[in-house]
Structure formats: structure tokens, C-alpha cells
Design a binder for this molecule. Structure first.
Ligand SMILES: [Zn+2]
Length: 695
């Protein structure tokens, strides 16, 4: 239920990590060539093709200038079948499969060690074993969560409901999160934000669209089914309709994605008294006490008007409806650890109806996810010992330095930016730090009690542990060594509050990064990824943060004006892309990512040219250096989607679909025209004055 408000401060590379549990990238062994044994080491052969590009994947009958994504990936796209247990498949999912298989082997070895209680091996092994013991799960029925269902049933007043809203594990209209304060990144702040609801985003409740109307009807049926299975309602159909009406009203006042990602708009410091006066309909004190924040006087409100209006909605909603809302979501959120009838009902709605995925992933894959969610760094520590060669770190450090040098040159050459803003941009760039592979300091989970016979309890205690961890350090200086991803994740991020770029070990593999691939390929793949993350520091939100991670305006008014005008043109370009019939990409919602992609490609290309030191690039199998650079970029983004999942991505995620992350930025880059002889009349052709040049 927790929606990350960090979208404003922590920008990820890909959609897969930015989504809630059930929306997470699914995994499977189908269609993969997993090498669980060893990572690829320098001195060998490239992992893909002769030099890092899958030449058979492209489609030469397509003109590069008409559809570069198809030119690079079209044959693969025409022939590859998405596995039945996936909602999408591409390089991210393929590597995710590989991570899952490696982690499974790590878990099984941990379990076999029969280590003492409280050791990482015992915790990992028992967490997984409990999740996998389906016979015990069936036999126990609802017993493991009965105390929580009883607490909901016993709630009498709005204050009782508010207390449950604040208790870890229960649904709520509000979330509390404890990131660094945007304006003072040395200390943590208490942010209160709107919470996610049962459907992915507000359009699912509100938009007049036949597909979404059908989803709404099925959602109501699913809610009634869960209430029936849980035996928590005297009239499940009436309660389901009341829950739907309540969530629909909530979605009306919630902010759209493009507003939620505005760092300035979601930073509203208020005292508790001010909050109580501004949003009086909600009993804030019992809510904050349940969060162990009862004595906190300083808060930051994120979606300001939504918080006020959700509090008013709470005040006018009958208590029985609020209790039905809590009971449904408790069952829904815990379905993975409940008997099959709950788990299958949940998949039928979230997997099949919403995403169009025919089959549920195998149990072990979901078990690996569960262990990763609860004990991610304990697993990660074992993962990097086996699968992250130290040479990779040195090579990445070099690439990051190359990209930084390239951006520095590009800043000097910008014709639209004034000297004062340029010097501040240089200052920010010089202050960037990079984290590569894994944390220097690992989280200590020893206080977390994990039992081999209690999967629901394990999940609850893990969530409580994670909250305790944050509460315990709330008044201490910000821990700048912390990681927001695990080493085994296939993703990367920029954290504005720490002005840092972060690359987990698992993305530093082919096709993103291959010590044996051609340089042009590495610059086009991982180079563009590094550039993307650096680019977030200078996108429409990242530019609001200074070198030390504090939100501050370091731009002249004139430079802001030009930047905003150029950004508006990029928004317009992306608004014209159609993801599904009648469903256009949201240019405003995806602008930060698109600035990151465009800037990242420019930086990576410049870094590649610098690396050639004035010598011509070698031609390999008839491909020039620039051709290999752009093809490598397009190939890391190849991905196929089921319609339902693609719709969900477009309506609720700040990343554009991968096809447009290729066909969107490239037409703004002059070198791409030369490399592929793109001419007026080609579908992606933009006249030089139409090309957007930002970084
Ligand atoms: Zn990003």
C-alpha cells in the first residue's frame, strides 16, 4: 500500500523497481540461459555476439529512421513469445531471472547450514522454508492473521480506525515516510503523504474508458470474493460496493502522478497543530502514536490538498465501511502467505485481469522475492561474495569518471546557459558521488525473529523491523552510506538528497556491462545508464537540488525559462507517442526520465568519442563505432509487454515504455542521423531546429 514519495528525490532507471509488490517484475526460468555458476570475467569472449550486440535480433527491412527500436530488435520482437508467467519480458527480466536463480541457490545453501538462531543463514533459510511450506499454510487457514482481523472487527470509533491506519501492516489513506529533509539533507523528516489504493492509480477509478470500466467491475467482484473467503463481512457485495465508492472518492482528491513528482509541490513543512487545523477530519494523534511518532511536532505534508480532502472523506465515511476497507486490504496484502484460495483469487485479479498475465509464477520464485524484500542485504552480502568480481568495480569507476568528464565539457559548450548557472552546474557535478556494487556497511538483521513455521508472522515482523530501523535513527544524522536497492536488483538510481548515483552489482552484467565487449557497446549500454542517472541530477526536479543535496534554486531566472521551454518541447514530443490504440504516453509524467535518457545518451556518446583519443573507431562486421553505440543502447531496452501491463505502466509509472525510450531521445541527437543515414521523410526525422538540446 505504500507509495514511495521518493519519486521526487530518488529516481530509478527502470519501471521494475518503482512498483508495488504485485506490480513487480515477475520472474521465471523460461526462455533463459542461466549461468548460476560464475560471473563473466575480463579476458574472455563477449557474452552477446562477437562484440556485445545480438545482430540476429534486428530487422533490416525496417528503416532505422522509421522505427529504430524495430530496426535494432524487430526480429526478436516478431519471434519472441512472452513466457506465460510474465507480464513483460526483456533484458531486465532476463537478468532478474538469473538473480533469482542465484539467490535461490544461496538460500538453499543457507538452509542446509543449520546455522544458530539469529544468524543470517538461519533467517534466510527459515524465511524461505516458511513461505514454501504450503501444506502448513493450508492447514493453518486464517489462524495466523486472525489477531489482526479481530483487531479490525473490534474497532468502534474513528480514533480506533485511525490507530489501525497507523499500525504497520494495515491499509491506510495516509503513509508516513522518513526520508532526508529536502531542505536539510543532514537530518531526517517525517513526511505524510497520500497512500495507494487497491487499483494502480486514479485513472483506473475515474477515466471514462471501456477497458478501465471492465477492470473496475472485476475489482468490485474481487473485493467481494476476498471478503467472502475471509468470512469478515455479513454482506460482502454491499461492502465491496461501499469500498469501491470510498476508494473512488479518495482517488478524486489524490494527486495525479505528474503533480506527485514535483519536489517543490510536495514539500510543505507544518507543525502538528497546523496539520490538525488544516485537515481536521482525521484523528492525527492516535495515527501518529501508532507509528511511534506521537511526540513529533514537526511534519512535512506531501500532497497538501489531498491530505486535507482525504481527512474530510474519512470524517464522512461510516465506520463500518472503513473497517471493511481495512479487512479487505489486510487479506489482499497478506494473500501470498495465506491458503491457495486467497493467493489464487488475488492473482486472478492483479495478474490476469490487470496485467494480462496467464499464469502465476512458480512458488519458489515468489519465495525468493519474499526473502529479498525482508532480508535483502543479508542475501546481498552472500550474493556479491560469489557473483561480483572486484574488477567490475574498478572498470565502472573509470566509466563514471569518463561520463563526468564528458558532461563537464558539454556544460562548457552549452549555448543556452549563462556563466553563473554553468559554474553552479559544475559545482554540483563535481560533488556527485557514485556507489557501485554493494554497500560498505551491511544492515544487521539479528533482532528480526524468523520462524520456519510462521510465514505471515515473518512478513509482519520484517515490516516492523524495517520501520523500527528508521524510527531508531530518526534524530541522528542522515546515514549517507545507506543503499535504497539491494545488490541483486537489476536497476540503478539517483538520490537527490545525497547527490549520488547508485549501481547495484546485478546490473553490471551483459548486456549492460561486459568487460569483454567492444567499448562502443559498453558506452551505449552501461554508459547511457550512468549518464541517465547523472542526468537525473539535472532533470526538471533534480535541478532543484544543490551540490550538498539540499533543495535550493541555483539557476538564474533566464536559464530556468530557457530550460523550461526546452523541456516543454520534449514533453510535447513524448505526448505524441501511442502505446496502445487510444492510449498516449504522458509526456509530463515521464519528463524526468526522458531528460535523463536524452542527457545520458549525449554524455555517453561524448565519453565514447573522448575515449577514442582522436583515432577513428574500428569498424566491426561492417558496423561503425557510432552504429554499435546506438544499437547497444536500443538492445538493452528491448522488451515485450502484455497489453494490460503496458496500460498500467503508462497510466501509473513515470517511465515511458521502452520502445519510446529508444525512439524518443535518438531523433534529438545529431550523431544518430549520420550513423544511420536518417533523412527527411523518415518517420522519426526531426529537422535540426526541432531537435531538443538540453544537456
Ligand atoms: Zn531514471
Amino acid at each position: 500500500m505504500r507509495r514511495s514519495l521518493w519519486t521526487a528525490a530518488v529516481l530509478t532507471l527502470a519501471a521494475c523497481a518503482a512498483e508495488a509488490a504485485e506490480v513487480k517484475t515477475p520472474v521465471s526460468t523460461a526462455g533463459t540461459t542461466a549461468d548460476v555458476a560464475a560471473p563473466s570475467l575480463p579476458g574472455g569472449k563477449a557474452a552477446v555476439g562477437d562484440f556485445g550486440i545480438d545482430l540476429a535480433a534486428g530487422k533490416k527491412s525496417v528503416r532505422a529512421g522509421d522505427d529504430f527500436f524495430a530496426y535494432a530488435n524487430g526480429t526478436w520482437e516478431d519471434t519472441f513469445q512472452i513466457p506465460a508467467d510474465k507480464a513483460s519480458f526483456g533484458e531486465f527480466e532476463r537478468l532478474d531471472d538469473l538473480s533469482k536463480q542465484r539467490v535461490r541457490a544461496i538460500i538453499e545453501a543457507a538452509a542446509a547450514a543449520h546455522a544458530p538462531k539469529g544468524t543470517p543463514q538461519q533467517q534466510i533459510g527459515d524465511y524461505y522454508a516458511a513461505f514454501m511450506d504450503q501444506a502448513a499454510i493450508e492447514a493453518n487457514g486464517l489462524k495466523p492473521i486472525q489477531p489482526q482481523l479481530d483487531e479490525i472487527a473490534a474497532a468502534k470509533s474513528r480514533a480506533d480506525v485511525a490507530r489501525l491506519f497507523g499500525t504497520i501492516g494495515f491499509a491506510s489513506l495516509f503513509d508516513t515516510q522518513l526520508p532526508p529533509d529536502f531542505k536539510n539533507p543532514d537530518r531526517y523528516a517525517v513526511f505524510i503523504s497520500e497512500s495507494t489504493l487497491g487499483l494502480p492509480d486514479r485513472d483506473y477509478y475515474l477515466k471514462d474508458d471501456p477497458q478501465l470500466k471492465a477492470v473496475r467491475e472485476k475489482y468490485v467482484a474481487y473485493v467481494a470474493q476476498m471478503l467472502t473467503l475471509g468470512g469478515v463481512s455479513a454482506d460482502p457485495h454491499a461492502d465491496a460496493r461501499a469500498i469501491m465508492a470510498f476508494e473512488t472518492e479518495a482517488s478524486k482528491v489524490q494527486w495525479p502522478v505528474e503533480q506527485r513528482r514535483d519536489a517543490t509541490a510536495i514539500y510543505n513543512p507544518r507543525s502538528k497543530k497546523q496539520l490538525e487545523a488544516y485537515a481536521p477530519g482525521f484523528p492525527w494523534q492516535p495515527f501518529l502514536e501508532a507509528q511511534r511518532l506521537g511526540a513529533r511536532e514537526e511534519l512535512v505534508l506531501a500532497e497538501l490538498s489531498a491530505i486535507r480532502d482525504l481527512a474530510a472523506l474519512f470524517a464522512r465515511t461510516p465506520v463500518p465501511t472503513l473497517k471493511a476497507f481495512l479487512a479487505f486490504h489486510y487479506l489482499n496484502d497478506n494473500a501470498g502467505e495465506l491458503p491457495k484460495r486467497f493467493d489464487e483469487a488475488r492473482f486472478a485479479f492483479y495478474g490476469q485481469v490487470l496485467r494480462g498475465q496467464p499464469q502465476q509464477r512458480e512458488r519458489w520464485q515468489r519465495g525468493v522475492d519474499a526473502v529479498d524484500d525482508a532480508l535483502g542485504e543479508a542475501v546481498g552480502q552472500l550474493y556479491v561474495a560469489q557473483y561480483f568480481p572486484p574488477q567490475s568495480k574498478a572498470k565502472m569507476q573509470q566509466l563514471v569518471a569518463d561520463l563526468r568528464a564528458a558532461l563537464s565539457e558539454r556544460i562548457d559548450a552549452l549555448d543556452w546557459m549563462s556563466t553563473p548557472t554553468k559554474s553552479r552546474a559544475h559545482e554540483k557535478l563535481a560533488a556527485f558521488t557514485a556507489k557501485i556494487g554493494y554497500p560498505d556497511k551491511w544492515k544487521d538483521y539479528s533482532a528480526l525473529v524468523v520462524r520456519a513455521d510462521d510465514p505471515s508472522g515473518n512478513a509482519r515482523r520484517a515490516a516492523e523491523w524495517a520501520w523500527d530501523y528508521q524510527i531508531a535513527r530518526l534524530d541522528k544524522p542522515v546515514d549517507r552510506s545507506e543503499w535504497g536497492m539491494t545488490p541483486q536488483e537489476i536497476n540503478a538510481y539517483y538520490n537527490a538528497s545525497n547527490n549520488e548515483i547508485v549501481f547495484p552489482a546485478a546490473i553490471l552484467q551483459p548486456p549492460f556491462f561486459d568487460p569483454n565487449a567492444d567499448d562502443a557497446v559498453n558506452y551505449g549500454a552501461i554508459g547511457a545508464v550512468i549518464g541517465h542517472e547523472i542526468g537525473h541530477g539535472f532533470d526538471d526536479q533534480g535541478r532543484k537540488f544543490g551540490p550538498d543535496g539540499a533543495m535550493q534554486d541555483w539557476w538564474t531566472a533566464k536559464d530556468t525559462e530557457v530550460f523550461t521551454a526546452r523541456t516543454a518541447r520534449l514533453i510535447k514530443q513524448f505526448n505524441s507517442f501511442e502505446a496502445l490504440p487510444g492510449l498516449k504516453v504522458n509526456g509530463a509524467n515521464t519528463i524526468g526520465e526522458n531528460i535523463g535518457d536524452l542527457g545520458g545518451l549525449n554524455m555517453a556518446h561524448e565519453a565514447y568519442l573522448i575515449s577514442l583519443k582522436g583515432k577513428p573507431a574500428p569498424v566491426l562486421e561492417g558496423l561503425t563505432g557510432d552504429q554499435r553505440f546506438f544499437l547497444a543502447y536500443a538492445q538493452v531496452w528491448r522488451e515485450k509487454f502484455r497489453d494490460g501491463f503496458l496500460r498500467q505502466l503508462v497510466l501509473s509509472n513515470e517511465h515511458a515504455p521502452p520502445r519510446f525510450r529508444v525512439n524518443g531521445p535518438l531523433p534529438n541527437i545529431d550523431a544518430w542521423y549520420t550513423a544511420f543515414d536518417v533523412k527527411p521523410g523518415d518517420k522519426l526525422y526531426l529537422a535540426p531546429e526541432e531537435r531538443v538540446r538540453i544537456w
